[in-house]
Design a protein around this ligand. Structure first.
Ligand SMILES: C[S@@+](CC[C@H](N)C(=O)[O-])C[C@H]1O[C@@H](n2cnc3c(N)ncnc32)[C@H](O)[C@@H]1O
Length: 262
C-alpha cells in the first residue's frame, strides 16, 4: 500500500471529514456527465464507497466495479447498504484488473492528485472503456484553495508545520487535466468548475472533524504536542471565516473533466 492510500484507511472517519463534501460535488458532477441509466461503471479510487453509492442511486448502472488500493476503505465500502451490487476490489488506478472495452463509463472522484502516475491511470481508464464510453474525473482545485480542508493546511503552514503534500497537486488544474485527456486520445473533451458551500455549526464542530485520525490533516494533529495543537487552534480561529453566530461557511471548488473514447 502506498503512503497516500495509507492515509485513508478509516472509512467511517473519512465519511465525516470528506465523504459528505464528496457527495455534494459528486451530484453536480454526475448531472453534468449525463450518462444514461443501465450502463457498466468503474469507480476508481472509490475509497469508502460514498461516490459509488451515488452512482448507483442516480445512474442505475447495470454493473459497477469499485477499486481502491486501501483494503480498509474497501472493507468499509462493502458494508454500505446503498451499493450492494458493486464489486469492490483492492486495486490501484495504474493497473485495473479489467479487460479492454469492458466498461461504459470510468470515473475517478477526488483521486487524481493521489495517483503517482496520472497519465498511466487515464490510459488505463481509456483502455477499459468501450468506444463511445465516458472517461471523467474531478478533483479539488488544490492550488487555488479549493479543498474543504484548506484552512487547516494554511494555518499549519503559517506556523512552519508541514501537513505533507499530495503526490500531484498540479494535475488538479483544468489545463493539465485537459492535456492528459488529449494525450490519452480522448475526444469531445469538456471541463467544468464545481463550487459547493461548506458549512460547520461552530469552530468546535470544525475542529472535532478535522481532528479525526484520517487524511493528512487529521493524522498530523494526532502527532502534535498540546502546545502545537493550541497554536494551531489559535491560528485557525484567526484565519477562518467565523460568523457572528459562531458558524463557519465558505466555498469549496473542484475542477472536472470528461471525454469520450473514440
Ligand atoms: C480523497 S479519497 C476519494 C474517495 C472517493 N472517490 C470519494 O470521492 O469519496 C482518495 C482515494 O484515492 C485512493 N488512492 C490513492 N492512490 C490511489 C491509486 N494509485 N489508485 C487508485 N486510488 C488511489 C485512496 O486510497 C483514497 O481512497
Amino acid at each position: 500500500m502506498s503512503e497516500t492510500s495509507r492515509l485513508f484507511t478509516d472509512g467511517e472517519a473519512y465519511e465525516q471529514v470528506m465523504g459528505r463534501w464528496s457527495r455534494m460535488v459528486g451530484e453536480r458532477f454526475l448531472d453534468w456527465l449525463d450518462v444514461p441509466t443501465g450502463m457498466r461503471w468503474v469507480d476508481i479510487g472509490c475509497g469508502n464507497g460514498a461516490f459509488t453509492e451515488l452512482i448507483v442511486a442516480r445512474c442505475a448502472p447495470s454493473s459497477i466495479f469499485g477499486f481502491d488500493p486501501s483494503s480498509g476503505q474497501i472493507a468499509f465500502a462493502r458494508t454500505r447498504p446503498g451499493a450492494q451490487q458493486a464489486d469492490y476490489q483492492v486495486a490501484g488506478a495504474e493497473a485495473l484488473p479489467l479487460a479492454d472495452d469492458s466498461a461504459d463509463a470510468a470515473v475517478m472522484a477526488l483521486v487524481i492528485s493521489f495517483v503517482t502516475n496520472p497519465a498511466k491511470a487515464i490510459a488505463e481508464m481509456a483502455r477499459v472503456t468501450r468506444p463511445g464510453g465516458w472517461v471523467a474525473t474531478y478533483m479539488w482545485d488544490l492550488e487555488r484553495d479549493g479543498v474543504p480542508t484548506f484552512h487547516i493546511h494554511a494555518a499549519a503552514k503559517s506556523l512552519g508545520i508541514s501537513t505533507g503534500s499530495l503526490p500531484n497537486t498540479v494535475v488538479a488544474r483544468q489545463e493539465v487535466m485537459r492535456d492528459l485527456w488529449q494525450t490519452a486520445g480522448l475526444v469531445s473533451v469538456e471541463t467544468m468548475v464545481i463550487r459547493i458551500p461548506v458549512r460547520h455549526e461552530s469552530f468546535e464542530d470544525y475542529w472535532a472533524i478535522q481532528s479525526l485520525p484520517v487524511g493528512p490533516a487529521g493524522r498530523l494533529i494526532q502527532t502534535m504536542s498540546p502546545d502545537q495543537t493550541e497554536q494551531l487552534r489559535t491560528r485557525l480561529r484567526e484565519i477562518m471565516p467565523i460568523a457572528a453566530d459562531g458558524s463557519i461557511a465558505f466555498e469549496a471548488v473542484a475542477n472536472a473533466i470528461k471525454g469520450r473514447v473514440p
